[in-house]
Ligand binder design. Structure first.
Ligand code: BDR
Ligand code: CA
Length: 310
């Protein structure tokens, strides 16, 4: 079974990713590091523990970094509200106050050292924990199979015109991770815009009819309404794409690229600059997902979710 470590900032789409990882029998899920991102880390950690309790996740969850490397906190609460995880229905009840003891960065380092050359990192949040781990333990870079990330974009941004949120929220961390020599697989906004959810998916989930299905449907409904108050504009699905890839890699196609993070630009800070040109000025460091069978991926997501909450 594939050994997985998840770095996350729940986040509704992070929640869906956790559900998919937890239900995939081919995955050995070793741990979760939580970081500040969609909301401050007190809140993303609290959300993670609500999810763990609600869905009986059997995985240790560690609290990680509370601010990006440059110290300037950027959340998505302006769009997502204080909890970072809005719903039109019932709110997930609180979970435990704490979970696995110790610092997430140290736990991640220990996991990689305990399983050298075996762990794939799933990164669906700002990369502060990962960059901090590489600073503390540069030896782990050569021991990570691959980082599969949701973040960045080969075209437009979302948090700014040029930048995607996870990279914009800690560009220095992303820069360090992309330069670390670890094989990278990037699912950016360009890819996620091919996986669209609408009110039809909300109703399909709600129709399952169990309390868990109805609760999850309330969150999906609020998610679909991010783009339009009535949910009439299809909304891209972000983080779960990485878990869908693990299960069904044949649904995705990649282009090799050198990806660099813009750190200075007045309009472009946090942009993932993808060099697809051949010959390149710099060597390939990333497989950039560029094509998906979007309807098939959403169908797989819905089949899994409706079974999980049935
Ligand atoms: C990413 O930003 C967060 O808001 C989501 O959870 C996802 O990881 C999308 O840009
Ligand atoms: Ca996320």
């Amino acid at each position: 079974r594939q050994k997985i470590w998840l770095d996350t900032d729940p986040g509704f789409d992070d929640w869906l990713t956790m559900l998919l990882l937890n239900s995939n029998p081919d995955i050995d899920w070793l741990g979760v590091s939580v970081v500040a991102g969609n909301a401050p880390v007190d809140i993303t950690y609290d959300n993670a523990l609500r999810i763990k309790a609600n869905d009986a996740l059997d995985v240790p969850i560690y609290r990680g970094c509370d601010r990006p490397l440059n110290g300037v906190i950027e959340t998505a609460q302006r769009i997502l509200g204080d909890s970072g995880m809005p719903t039109t229905g019932a709110v997930l009840p609180p979970g435990a106050a704490t979970d696995a003891p110790g610092d997430a960065v140290d736990a991640l380092i220990a996991a990689v050292r305990a399983h050298p050359g075996q762990i794939t990192l799933i990164a669906i949040a700002p990369m502060t924990n990962l960059a901090t781990a590489l600073q503390r333990a540069p030896d782990i870079a050569g021991q990570i199979v691959e980082i599969i990330m949701m973040g960045g974009s080969s075209d437009q941004g979302n948090h700014t015109a040029a930048a995607e949120f996870n990279v914009f929220a800690d560009p220095e961390a992303a820069d360090q991770v992309f330069r670390a020599g670890i094989p990278m697989r990037m699912f950016g906004l360009n890819l996620c815009r091919q996986l669209l959810v609408t009110n039809a998916e909300v109703e399909r989930l709600r129709a399952v009819g169990t309390p868990r299905a109805i609760t999850l449907a309330g969150y999906l409904e609020a998610y679909v309404r991010i783009r339009s108050s009535d949910g009439s504009v299809p909304m891209p699905m972000y983080d779960p794409v990485v878990a869908l890839y693990l299960e069904a890699p044949q649904l995705f196609q990649f282009l090799p690229a050198h990806v660099a993070i813009e750190l200075k630009g007045e309009l472009t800070r946090g942009m993932t600059v993808c060099e697809f040109r051949v010959p390149r000025r710099a060597p390939v460091n990333t497989q950039v997902a560029h094509l998906a069978d979007g309807p098939a991926a959403i169908e797989l997501l819905m089949r899994r979710l409706t079974a999980i909450v049935a």
